[in-house]
Design a protein around this ligand. Structure first.
Ligand code: NAD
Ligand code: MG
Length: 386
């Protein structure tokens, strides 16, 4: 039987890589639903190419345009939050959650509650509602497969072992484009410089997060939820070559690592074919060409975002929502030229100090605290402008 696929965020970097793999294996996969925020053309093209049954545009103002483009194609158009939930919980048995930001939480949760196999790229959803998502998966029987390359690496290393035999996780970080820069240079950094990642080609938001190291901070919280380990048993190490994607240390002192080229199609393929594997066109590693692998401790003075994320994880889930929401707003402000690069972490730190964050008991409470954080952070940014 073919695996029936839905892709939330089909026009993004992860979404397009997923489509690339799926379209190379038509005997194995059937696309049933695709979604995008506002890119009608990209969405309609992908839907017609793959023969999807449902295409959903999140921006309701663009529904008519999507419907007109799909006319006669056999693919139905839908829009808005309800459409996203329908794509997530409908005919698919495998759902890629690749919307960026907390905006992906409600549809991702819908896929989990419907008991799907969910490939999780949308890290902001896990950071803000990880405990609720893991509980919902336990109740519905949904399978959660981590897509983020570090978590996918750990997931691969854990295959066949007992969780109680794990002593520590080690997340690797490339260090981003400013690994060797001074604080002074970083405060002058432009959006173009911040988005130019040395190893990975990704969407704008995660590229900026990689430059501040907030991405690694979000991944720390992500790992805590996915693998049920406390902060003190999850380390971060800078590894500029991005060849080792992460490691697991076991109680006997053994460490297992997963290595591969910096191509998201490798972790995505692992989730697509799971529990099997499938071929990918990804470049093979030549260890002799790589020659050496370097590791160093992260500098928390120059990259305070990583410290803030660890503090938020230790304070509890409400703080993680504030951390994430404030960061989303600050990254957007930086990309729009309204604040400087170093102001991103400063803004997040102020938001964490000012917003009272209690533990959310439902997705509605997560969404409410996220919304409050966004409003308050936008106000903080507006106030501090010259
Ligand atoms: P992207 O910006 O390239 O794509 C985002 C997708 O989400 C697009 O299809 C867009 O239309 C959709 N989207 C954006 N805002 C939306 C909204 N408000 N409502 C509905 N849809 C919306 O992002 P990306 O780089 O593909 O990243 C997607 C997620 O995967 C992020 O959470 C990111 O952290 C995670 N991730 C990405 C990579 C990578 O290599 N790009 C690696 C690891 C994890
Ligand atoms: Mg990652």
């Amino acid at each position: 039987m073919k695996r029936r696929i839905a892709i939330l965020g089909a026009t993004g970097s992860v979404g397009r890589s997923t489509l690339d793999l799926v379209e190379r294996s038509p005997a194995r996969f059937e696309v049933v639903a695709l979604t995008a925020r506002g890119n009608v053309e990209g969405l309609a093209d992908a839907a017609m190419r793959t023969g999807a049954k449902l295409a959903v545009i999140a921006d309701e103002a663009r529904y008519d345009e999507l419907r007109d483009r799909l006319e006669g194609s056999g693919c139905r158009a839908a829009a808005g939050a309800e459409g996203l939930v329908e794509a997530a919980s409908g005919d698919a048995d495998w759902v890629m959650a690749a919307i960026v930001g907390c905006a992906g939480l409600v549809p991702t949760m819908a896929a989990i509650e419907a008991g799907k196999t969910v490939a999780l790229a949308n890290k902001e959803a896990l950071v803000t509602a990880g405990a609720l998502m893991m509980d919902a998966a336990a109740r519905s029987g949904a399978t959660l497969l981590p897509v983020d390359s570090e978590h996918n690496a750990i997931f691969q290393c854990l295959a066949g072992s007992r969780r109680e035999d794990v002593s520590r996780l080690v997340l690797t970080a490339s260090g981003g484009p400013f690994l060797g820069s001074s604080l002074e240079q970083m405060s002058e950094a432009t959006p173009d410089q911040a988005v130019a990642h040395p190893r990975w080609s990704m969407g704008a938001k995660i590229s900026v997060d990689s430059a501040t190291l907030m991405n690694k901070g979000l991944e720390l919280i992500e790992a805590h939820h996915l693998f049920a380990l406390p902060s003190e048993r999850i380390d971060v190490v800078v590894h500029p070559q991005s060849v080792v994607h992460s490691l697991v240390e076991f109680v006997d002192g053994s460490m297992l690592a997963q290595l591969g080229s910096a191509d998201m199609r490798i972790p995505i393929a692992y989730t697509l074919a799971w529990p099997e594997r499938m071929a990918t066109p990804s470049q093979r590693l030549s260890l002799t060409e790589i020659g050496r692998l370097d590791f160093e401790a992260p500098d928390l003075e120059r990259f305070p975002a990583l410290r803030l994320a660890r503090e938020a994880l230790e304070r509890g889930e409400g703080a993680a929502i504030v951390l994430n929401g404030a960061n989303e707003i600050a990254v957007q402000a930086f990309l729009e030229g309204r604040i400087g690069f170093c102001d991103i972490s400063r803004t997040v730190e102020r938001a964490l100090g000012e917003i009272d964050a209690s533990r959310p008991r439902s997705v509605e409470e997560v969404v409410a605290l996220d919304g409050e954080t966004r409003d308050r952070t936008s106000a903080l940014i507006a106030e501090s402008r010259p």
